[in-house]
Ligand binder design. Structure first.
Ligand code: DP6
Length: 316
């Protein structure tokens, strides 16, 4: 086979992962739970080449995270030098989880191109060695990743059509973030006095959130997701040196969502290691939520998404 192209979607965690229990195998310290974002896409094509060459969104890049991952995989698998071309229909490196769809797409493409024939647990492992949150992008719908399952294989809680929630992502900056997730969370583990508490609390949030999804209980899901998101950002701020990913536009977008909910609109927010806000809502509220966020000072633009699918091999 000469070339493989894979389409994958990023995911956004409602119950977050922030901190590893095992740095070598990249095992998170606590369980996490996400939705796969169907409207956001990464297309990655991989072919054999004389040298490793990486193009992201049309630009030649030297991406240390990808290069170190390839070096690691080559210690265990027969993988030739590769030409990798990846493009996203959303901004990358600014808290938009592009590494989740990026590594999911790359792992699936390399498995196929190199004929590795990996079982799902091994595919999840190589994906995790790239980026732990990317493992959740290997499945569609509402997805759990629990490190208590020693292999840390993702599990689908329910498929996309079980609960047709929608997402409006509000982009408040496209500047690359100053501290990567990998580096930031290692600093948190080493320095935040609240880290152990975070791990224990997140285990509880995870169980309750899985149940809320199974019951399609919007209010409980909203309450748990926002609480878990605030706790993660509080934890980040108690790291030394402090990590603060939110900016003025982020706070304005949160104000908008709070006001909408106060007025009875079924919407809540979450936010990762960056200044963007993702608003999750019932389908009938999507236009109201999008209009309100588009009208918010500091919001540059919005992107809409439904709950999406697992990676697909789109061309060989
Ligand atoms: C805030 O998966 O990017 O998005 O495993 O070191 O690559 P590495 O980190 P990464 O961290 C994701 C953090 C998060 C929360 C989440 O997606 O669970």
């Amino acid at each position: 086979m000469n070339q493989v192209e894979v389409l994958a979607h990023p995911n956004v965690a409602l119950i977050k992962y922030w901190g590893k229990r095992d740095e070598t195998e990249k095992i998170p310290a606590s369980p996490s739970l996400s939705i796969t974002l169907g409207g956001l896409e990464t297309r990655t094509s991989v072919s054999k080449s004389g040298d490793d060459t990486i193009f992201i969104d049309g630009q030649s890049v030297s991406d240390q995270k990808i290069s170190q991952w390839l070096d690691r995989l080559r210690r265990e698998y027969d993988i030739p030098q590769l030409m990798i071309e990846s493009s996203n229909n959303f901004p990358k490196n600014c808290g938009f989880a592009s590494s989740s769809s990026g590594f999911a797409a790359l792992a699936v493409a390399i498995d196929e191109l190199c004929g590795l024939n990996l079982d799902f647990a091994s595919l999840a492992r190589i994906t995790r060695l790239g980026s732990a949150s990317a493992v959740r992008s290997l499945l569609s719908g509402y997805v759990a990743m629990n490190p208590d399952d020693q292999r840390c294989v993702p599990v689908q809680i329910v498929p996309p059509d079980y609960w047709n929630l929608r997402v409006v992502a509000a982009v408040t900056s496209t500047e690359p973030k100053l501290t990567s997730s990998t580096g930031g969370m290692a600093q948190t583990v080493a320095t935040s006095p609240f880290y152990q508490n975070w791990v224990v609390q997140t285990e509880d949030d995870f169980e309750r959130c899985s149940e809320a999804i199974q019951n399609r209980d919007f209010n409980t899901l909203a309450e748990l997701s926002e609480a878990n998101c605030y706790r993660m950002h509080a934890l980040m701020m108690t790291t030394l040196p402090p990590l603060r990913y939110w900016r003025a536009g982020t706070m304005s977008a949160i104000d908008t969502i709070e006001r909408l909910r106060h007025d009875g609109v079924p919407v809540f927010f979450t936010s990762d290691a960056g200044p963007q806000i993702k608003a999750i809502c019932e389908p009938e509220a999507i236009a109201t939520v999008k209009d309100a966020l588009d009208d918010t000072d500091g919001v540059l633009f919005t992107l809409e998404s439904d709950i999406g699918n697992a990676p697909t091999i789109s061309a060989r």
